[in-house]
Design a protein around this ligand. Structure first.
Ligand code: HEM
Length: 127
């Protein structure tokens, strides 16, 4: 069994992000959406995601991007977001414990909600 860790430093953030995108890449619903956009730039994408979660969870401000922008035109609906959340929650629960692990799930859920609302709105207004 995996020894669950507290998320306290960049080391655990890197582990969380690597494990999560490992699941995403081999997922039947989400894998191809990511592969089509990211192609062979996975290293850069993962580095960006380390910074994003480091900023969100550890308040170490290394991410300065616009999180929503690349999602605006994705061909995604609630099924995709449900799967994204399922894989994220699974990754957290299988490997981590404690306050930051709970916060990671909370923040992911809230951002997924906001992204979905925005995408829904954009899809409606562009019809
Ligand atoms: C169905 C769900 C989702 C899909 C298919 C998806 C897909 C993607 C893709 C393909 C990119 C990379 C774009 C590129 O590098 O060209 C990206 C970037 C990103 N995603 Fe998502 N995503 C999803 C949900 C989320 C959620 C819920 C969050 C928030 C926790 C999130 C946070 C980010 C961030 C921070 C970036 C980097 C933005 C930047 O360029 O600065 N994504 N996503």
């Amino acid at each position: 069994m995996v020894q669950k860790k507290e998320i306290t430093s960049l080391e655990e953030i890197i582990l969380l992000v690597d494990l999560f995108y490992g699941k995403v890449r081999s997922d039947d619903l989400l894998g191809h959406i990511f592969e089509r956009l990211i192609k062979d730039n996975w290293e850069a994408h993962l580095k960006k995601m380390y910074k994003f979660w480091q900023t969100v969870l550890l308040a170490e401000h290394t991410y300065f991007g616009s999180p929503f922008a690349p999602h605006a035109k994705l061909p995604v609906q609630s099924a995709h977001f449900n799967r994204w959340k399922l894989l994220f929650f699974e990754t957290v629960d299988e490997n981590f414990m404690g306050e930051k692990a709970a916060e990671a799930k909370f923040r992911a859920e809230k951002m997924a909600e906001i992204f979905q609302l925005k995408i829904h709105h954009l899809q409606k207004t562009s019809q």
